[in-house]
Ligand binder design. Structure first.
Ligand code: ADP
Length: 737
C-alpha cells in the first residue's frame, strides 16, 4: 500500500549521473545501458512489470559485462522494486541488498540513498520490522543531508516520523515531524500534505490536544479528497478512526472506519483488476524472473570460475616454472655429462694407448729378463760347477772358508738373480716353498761366513746365538730362508761400522711337528728414522743413504717381506737413529725325524747307484761341458761330449746312449730342433734338457720336441742323478712339471 512512496525514490535524479561513454566490443555503450536502466524504471512506474523486468534484466546483463557498479546497483534496485510492487517482499529485499553491495562499491550517494530508503520503507511498512528499517531510513537521510537536497530530506524525515509513530515512539518521531512541518510548504509535494497533516493529527492525539488533532485529521482528509490520493486518504481515515476510538467517540470512529473500508474496497478492486492482469502475464513474468536469477547465478558462477581460473593460472605458472627449472637442470646435466663423457672417452683413448705401451714394455721387459737370466745363469753355472769341482778334487780345500764363501756367494748370486728377475712372480704368489731337510746351525753359520767379508770391511763382529732347544734338522725351504737371512744380515753389516751384528734364533713354541722359531737380526749401526721404517719395505727404497761406497738395489727388504709372507710370517722392526736396528720374524719349520731320515736316505739311494750309464752331453759352452762332464764322471758314468745338435744326431745314429743331456740355446741347431730330429729317427733315448732358462718358459716346446725332462742350471748333482735314474728305470715316465 505504500509502494508508491518507494517508487518515487527510484525516479530521483535520472540525469544526476552522467559519465564518459565507454565502449567494449559486443556491449552497448554506457550511455545506452543507462538509457535501458532508466527505461526499466519508467516501465515500472507505469506498472508494466513484464517489460520492466525484461529491460532491467538486459540492463543488468550489460552492466555486469561492463563491470559498472553504478549501473549494476541501479538495475538491481529496479528489479527489487518490481518484486516489491508484486508483493514479493523477501525477493525485493534480496535484490535491494545486492544493489546496495554494488552501490557501496560505486561510491555514488544517489543510488545508495535510493536503496537505503527502499529497504527502510519495506522493512518498516511492509515487514513491520522497524528495528531494521529505521536505520536504513536514517542512512538514507544522511545521504540526503550530504547532498543538501531539502525536498528529499523532508520526504525521508516524514517517513522516519511516521515509522516512530507507528510503534508509539512519538517523542522520537517528534523532531522529524517538526522539521517536516517547517519545510514542507516550501520543499514538499502537495500530495505529501495528506500524510503530513495525518502525522500531526496523530501526534496531537498523543499529547491529548484533541481539538488540534481533529483539525489536522480533517485537513488531511480534505486534501486527500481534493488530490484524489486514494491510499493516503484511506490511511488518514484509518488513523482518524483510531484516534476517535481512543478518545471514545465511538460513533464518529465507526463512521470513519466505514469510510476507510469503502475506500480500501475501491482501491482493492482497482488493484485486483491490476493483479488480475498480472496473473495473465505472470507466466511470462516468471520467465523473466528466472532469467534475472540466472544472470545473478551466472555472475556468481563467473566470479567463482574467475577465482578458480586464477588459481589454475597461478598453479600452471608455478608448474611451468618448476618444469622449466627441471628442464634447465636436465640440460645442464646433459651438457655436464656430455663433457665428462668426452673427457672420459679421451682419457680412455689415452689409457688404451698407455695400456698398449705398458703391455709392449712388459713384453720387452720379459724378453729382456729372459735373455739376461739366461746370460747370467750360464756363466754362473760355470762358477758354481768349478767351485764344486775344486772342492771335490782338492779335499784339502774343503774347509777353506774362502772357497766355501765363493761357492755360497755364487749360489746366493744365482738365487738373487732369480729373485730379482722373478719378483713379479713372487708378487703373483707363483712361488711354492719346497720342503728340504737342513741343519739350521750349519745354514746360519754358512750364511754368516759368506758375509763375514762385509763384516770385516766395516770392522764388525758377527755373533750367532742359537737356542739349544731348536732341533738339529729342520724341514722347510732352506733356500728362501737363506735369502731372508742373507738380506737382513748383509744389511746389518752394511749399515754398521765398528759394531756388532747378532743373529738370534729362539724356539718360542711347538705345535705337533711345527717348531716356531723366532729370528732376530740385531745391529748397533746407524738405525732407521721412525717415519722411514714403513717405507723401507717398498721396492727400490733407500733411505738416508750417505755412503758413497754403498751399493744396493733397494730390493732386499721387499723380497724379505714377500718371502716371509710365503712362510705365513711378518717382519717387525725396532730401530732408533744412531742406536741400531733389530729385525724380528718367526718361521714355523717342521721337525720330523722320520721324514728327515727318509729324505736323507732317498738322496743316498740316488747318489749311490752302482749302475754305469753312458751319457751324451750336448752343449756349445766348453766350460759348462767340462762342469757337466766332471759331475757325470764323478759318478763313474761314461760320458761323450759334443758341442752341437748336428754332432749329437750323428753320434746317436752310430752308437746307443742311456741318456742325452741336451743344452737348448745353441747356434745353428738348438736343442729343440735336434731333439725333434732324433725322435723322427725313431730313437727313444731319454733326453733331458739342461738349460739356463726358467722351466716354465721352455716346458711346452720341450715336450712337443720330444724331450723327457728339464733341469735348470745350475743344479744340485743329486737332482740330476735322481732324474736320470727315474727316466732309465721307469722307462721314460711323463714329464713332471
Ligand atoms: P738395499 O740394501 O739394497 O738398499 P734394502 O731393501 O735391503 O735395499 O734396504 C732398503 C733401505 O733400508 C736401505 O737402503 C737402508 O737405507 C735401510 N736399511 C735396511 N736395513 C738397515 C739396517 N740394518 N740399518 C739401517 N738401515 C737399514
Amino acid at each position: 500500500m505504500f509502494q508508491l512512496r518507494t517508487l518515487i525514490c527510484v525516479f530521483f535524479s535520472w540525469s544526476a549521473y552522467c559519465s564518459v561513454n565507454d565502449t567494449i566490443e559486443g556491449i552497448p555503450s554506457r550511455k545506452d545501458i543507462l538509457k535501458l536502466a532508466n527505461e526499466a524504471s519508467n516501465l515500472l512506474h507505469e506498472s508494466n512489470f513484464e517489460k520492466s523486468f525484461a529491460t532491467s534484466r538486459l540492463a543488468l546483463h550489460y552492466a555486469l559485462a561492463l563491470k559498472d557498479n553504478y549501473l549494476i546497483a541501479k538495475s538491481y534496485n529496479t528489479i527489487g522494486a518490481n518484486y516489491e510492487e508484486l508483493s514479493e517482499f523477501d525477493k525485493a529485499i534480496l535484490y535491494y541488498k545486492k544493489g546496495l553491495e554494488f552501490a557501496n562499491l560505486a561510491e555514488n550517494d544517489t543510488v545508495k540513498n535510493w536503496i537505503n530508503n527502499n529497504l527502510g520503507n519495506i522493512y518498516c511498512f511492509e515487514k513491520k520490522n522497524h528495528k531494521v528499517g529505521i536505520p536504513f531510513l536514517n542512512q538514507s537521510l544522511l545521504f540526503n543531508e550530504k547532498s543538501k537536497d531539502t525536498t528529499k530530506i523532508v520526504y525521508t524525515k516524514s517517513n522516519i516520523a511516521w515509522a516512530y509513530f507507528d510503534i508509539n515512539q512519538f517523542e522520537k518521531g517528534k523532531p522529524y515531524l517538526d522539521f517536516v512541518n517547517k519545510y514542507s510548504l516550501k520543499y514538499g509535494h502537495e500530495s505529501d500534505l495528506v500524510i503530513l497533516n495525518m502525522l500531526n493529527g496523530m501526534y496531537q492525539g498523543h499529547i491529548k490536544d484533541y481539538s488540534k488533532a481533529d483539525l489536522y485529521f480533517l485537513k488531511a482528509i480534505e486534501i486527500g479528497q481534493k488530490t484524489n490520493n486514494g491510499v493516503d486518504l484511506a490511511t488518514s481515515y484509518l488513523e482518524y478512526s483510531n484516534h476517535l476510538f481512543k478518545i471514545e467517540d465511538f460513533k464518529k470512529a465507526y463512521l470513519y472506519l466505514v469510510k476507510y473500508n469503502q475506500l480500501i474496497k475501491e482501491i482493492n478492486n482497482s488493484q485486483n483488476i491490476k493483479r488480475a492482469k498480472l496473473v495473465g502475464i505472470n507466466i511470462e513474468l516468471d520467465e523473466y524472473k528466472r532469467k534475472v536469477g540466472t544472470i545473478t547465478a551466472e555472475n556468481s558462477l563467473q566470479y567463482q570460475n574467475l577465482k578458480k581460473s586464477k588459481v589454475i593460472v597461478v598453479l600452471f605458472i608455478i608448474v611451468l616454472c618448476v618444469l622449466l627449472l627441471q628442464m634447465y637442470t636436465l640440460y645442464k646435466n646433459y651438457l655436464f655429462k656430455k663433457k665428462v663423457n668426452l673427457d672420459l672417452t679421451l682419457a680412455n683413448a689415452e689409457l688404451i694407448v698407455a695400456k698398449e705401451k705398458a703391455i709392449e714394455a712388459s713384453m720387452l721387459k720379459s724378453q729382456f729378463v729372459s735373455t739376461i737370466s739366461h746370460e747370467l745363469r750360464t756363466p754362473l753355472y760355470g762358477v758354481v760347477g768349478i767351485t764344486n769341482m775344486l772342492l771335490e778334487e782338492h779335499k784339502e780345500l774343503e774347509n777353506s772358508p774362502h772357497l766355501n764363501s765363493l761357492k755360497f756367494s755364487a749360489r746366493y748370486l744365482l738365487s738373487l738373480i732369480n729373485d730379482v728377475l722373478q719378483i713379479n712372480k713372487i708378487e703373483e704368489n707363483r712361488i711354492v716353498l719346497e720342503d728340504l731337510t737342513f741343519n739350521i746351525s750349519d745354514e746360519i753359520e754358512m750364511i754368516v761366513n759368506s758375509l763375514s767379508f762385509i763384516g770385516k770391511n766395516h770392522n764388525n763382529t758377527i755373533e750367532i746365538k742359537l737356542d739349544d732347544e731348536i732341533p738339529e734338522f729342520l724341514i722347510g725351504d732352506k733356500l728362501r730362508f737363506s735369502q731372508i737371512l742373507i738380506n737382513l744380515i748383509s744389511n746389518a753389516l752394511k749399515f754398521t761400522k765398528d759394531g756388532t751384528v747378532t743373529v738370534f734364533a729362539k724356539l718360542i713354541k711347538t705345535e705337533g711337528i711345527k717348531y716356531y722359531i723366532e729370528f732376530k737380526i740385531k745391529d748397533t749401526g746407524v738405525g732407521i728414522d721412525k717415519e722411514d721404517q714403513n717405507k723401507i719395505f717398498d721396492k727400490f727404497t733407500q733411505v738416508g743413504r750417505k755412503e758413497i761406497d754403498y751399493q744396493g738395489t733397494g730390493l732386499g727388504l721387499p723380497i724379505v717381506k714377500k718371502l716371509l709372507e710365503l712362510f705365513g710370517s711378518t717382519i717387525t722392526i725396532d730401530s732408533k737413529l744412531g742406536e741400531g736396528s733389530t729385525f724380528t720374524f718367526t718361521i714355523a719349520f717342521d721337525s720330523d725325524l722320520k721324514k728327515t731320515n727318509e729324505i736323507i736316505n732317498n738322496m743316498e739311494v740316488d747318489l749311490s747307484s752302482g749302475q754305469v750309464f753312458t751319457v751324451l752331453i750336448v752343449d756349445d759352452n766348453i766350460i759348462n761341458c767340462m762342469v757337466t762332464q766332471k759331475i757325470i764322471e764323478k759318478r763313474n758314468y761314461k760320458c761323450i761330449v759334443v758341442n752341437s745338435g748336428k754332432e749329437a744326431i750323428k753320434r746317436l745314429e752310430n752308437a746307443s746312449f742311456d741318456v742325452v743331456l741336451m743344452d737348448i740355446n745353441m747356434p745353428e741347431m738348438n736343442g729343440f730342433e735336434a731333439s725333434k730330429i732324433i725322435r723322427s729317427m725313431g730313437i727313444v733315448t731319454p733326453i733331458i734338457a739342461l738349460t739356463a732358462f726358467n722351466k716354465e718358459e721352455v716346458i711346452e716346446e720341450a715336450l712337443s720336441a720330444g724331450m723327457n725332462d728339464i733341469i735348470v742350471k745350475p743344479f744340485e748333482s743329486y737332482v740330476l742323478f735322481k732324474t736320470i735314474n727315474q727316466l732309465i728305470y721307469k722307462d721314460s715316465e711323463p714329464l713332471n712339471v
